[in-house]
Design a protein around this ligand. Structure first.
Ligand code: HSE
Length: 284
């Protein structure tokens, strides 16, 4: 039995802690035979536990404490601590592991609610569970969300070769903002979402670059964002945004402009990984 969870990109600019898309990179869990103790085979680094201390098993056992141990093979092409939902993918895989082995019959709503309580915000876990484009709110312990088709486009991921921890990237955010700015932020986000729903990527991309909730406060942690935004404009991309808490930046582009943008981004930073992805329609 296999469980496949997509990478995700949260925020899409102004949809901070609320909007996210699933992407065509995956964490895959292969469930092998029953064993005496949980055994996780992986090549994801020596600091990632290979026993029940692994986040995958911890999440599964929190949900279903009596699960029978199995041998698990875990592979992932989602880079760690780059803003592409690597830790959310493990949490979601753990929930799905418990759901399948424990026959819990969890609905997407239950999975998203459970995962959001662990992560603290739904913008990575919801698209990892549902696929495609998800808009979600998390208030008073209640998660409400809507999944919708994201318009066709290429998604260029500019992945710097250094990590940025979400905790570090959240620590620079202000504690408060003025009522006037909150109204402005909400109107920018609303138009971005409405444009996505209408399939209007030029307008959605424009609004994605107008965020005032988090990107400006994180600018000093991700100095490459400004330059990538210039390339996006010069080579016909729809728009660019910090992927989740960064440091990855995504550029949405019509496929005919992908090559020019990739060439420019490669010349800009030889050490960054540049991947051409698409929005993944399926969740876990
Ligand atoms: N919305 C979150 C943030 C996503 O930007 O901090 C990162 O997990």
């Amino acid at each position: 039995m296999k469980i496949r969870v997509p990478a995700t990109s949260a925020n899409l600019g102004p949809g901070f802690d609320s909007c996210g898309i699933a992407l065509s990179q995956y964490l895959t869990i292969d469930i092998g035979p029953e064993t005496q103790k949980w055994q996780i085979k992986h090549q994801l680094g020596s600091n990632i536990p290979s026993d029940e201390k692994n986040l995958l098993i911890q999440t599964a056992l929190d949900l279903a404490p009596n699960l029978t141990p199995h041998q698990i093979t875990m592979t992932s092409d989602i880079p760690i601590a780059r803003g592409l939902g690597s830790s959310s993918s493990v949490v979601v895989a753990g929930i799905e592991l418990a759901n399948r082995l424990g026959n819990l019959g969890m609905t997407p709503q239950k999975k998203v609610s459970y995962a959001t309580k662990i992560e603290g915000h739904p913008d990575n876990v919801a698209p990892a569970i549902c696929g495609d484009f998800v808009v979600a709110s998390y208030n008073n312990n209640e998660v409400n969300f809507v999944k919708h088709t994201f318009p066709d486009c290429d998604v260029i991921a500019f992945i710097p070769n250094h990590e940025l921890l979400t905790s570090e990237s959240r620590a620079v955010l202000p504690k408060e903002m003025s009522y006037r700015d909150a109204v402005k932020a909400s109107s920018i986000g609303n138009v971005m979402i409405a444009a996505v729903l209408n399939g209007n990527l030029p307008l959605a991309g424009k609004m994605m670059e107008k965020d005032i909730l988090h990107e400006s406060h994180r600018q000093h942690l991700v100095p490459h964002l400004k330059k990538i935004r210039e390339f996006c404009k010069a080579y016909g991309g729809y728009g660019s945004f910090l992927s989740g808490a960064g440091p990855t930046v995504l550029v949405l582009t019509p496929p005919e402009n992908t090559e020019k943008l990739v060439t420019a981004l490669k010349a800009f930073d030889h050490e960054a990984e540049i991947d051409v992805l698409s929005v993944e329609k399926e969740g876990v």
